[in-house]
Write a protein of this length. Sequence first.
Length: 442
Amino acid sequence: MIIIIALIHAAILWTLNFFLYPELIIYPYLTAVGFLPYKDILDQHFPGLLFFPLNFNTLGFTTPVAFKTLLILIVISQSFLIYKIAKKIGNRLIATLSSFSYMLWQPFFEGNQLWLDIFLPLFTLPAFWFFLGEKWITTGLFLGLAIVFKQTLVPLVAFVGLLILLKYRSKSLIPLLRFGIAAVVPSMVMLLYFDKLGILSDFWYWTVQFNLTKFAAEGSLAPRIVDLVRLTFPVFAILAAWMIVKPKYKIHLIIGWMLFTVVGGSARFGLLHFQPAIPYFSLVFGLLLYSLWDSQHKKWLFVVGMIMALWMGYFYSRQRDLFQTKFYDQTTQNIVNVIEDKTDSGDKVFLLGVQPHLYYLSKTLPPGRVFVFQFPWFFKVAGDRILQGIKDDPPMLIVYDSESNIDGQYLKDYGQFLLTYIRAHYFLTKTEANLEYYENWH
């Protein structure tokens, strides 16, 4: 049954519109051509498979098909892990219900998008399995690797450390020490590597100082009303499971892990950021369905089923652009064609308000050996450096999207200092819809 569920899940994801985050393309590409992370590539995330010599680019993940296949493989792997864990804490029926729940809920939480959050359960689920078996070193190693992928899991490591401490109290600190040392080993290796590259201070600034100051103040995003509405049923299900499912310690443990996988990434709200919690929510939902079936509350199964049918029916009825990949449409290809007509591989091009994975698609590079995503909170820190890069290392071509905006803030406003310089020193040679092409004739 688990194989059938996994195949249906794979078919759903293959059909839905695929959103491949440009970071997964541009960061490994720039790293492969010699840009240094955090010094030349200005970013606030931990490295994962973005900035190490072993990254998505060197592993051969460079096309939408390859990444979409990767997404499906990740999700199927997590489905099997959920099944194994649910079977360990319950029985085969609970395991099947949990995997079925994952198939229902994973796409609902923007599961057709590939971003770092999707990868995290590959580490946290094995960690949970080994935690149940009291394998503290292995638990720590998996959670330590998860932090190298995304620092938002630091609260989960602290939570697990607290659980181990409470379990043994004053009997022995050895389990906690084993877990703690294992959890920090991956980060220590990462720091030693960055120190060797001479970028340790840059790493500290962008991933810690910047995140806690500029990004916290300006990059945060509150949930929309529609997002809160979409969360009502999952929240109700969690509360119901908290009250109904027995034994209590199991459901409390799962809910605790679920909450601490996402609490660190709540500053910029988005349903995608709940993906690390969805496997645990699926376990909760599977246990809830089993508890309703195995008690005098069977009638509520019908109510839950009807709500789920309406919930998912509404969700899938709103899906558009099936089998397509965002940012890989004909407009994107047209821009690439223009760039390739006017430049050679390795030439400097400046993409202003245009998705930056076009650097990879056209095999060009940003000027001044500096790259940053063009968000307002980044420009306030690195805007002068971007402008200086254009001055010192003039690009052959500039492509500008006049409608580019983030959170309702338009680039033509917060990036006006760049536009002023470009229009004073470059010639407008082509316009197409909201795109402007500028060339350097000197």
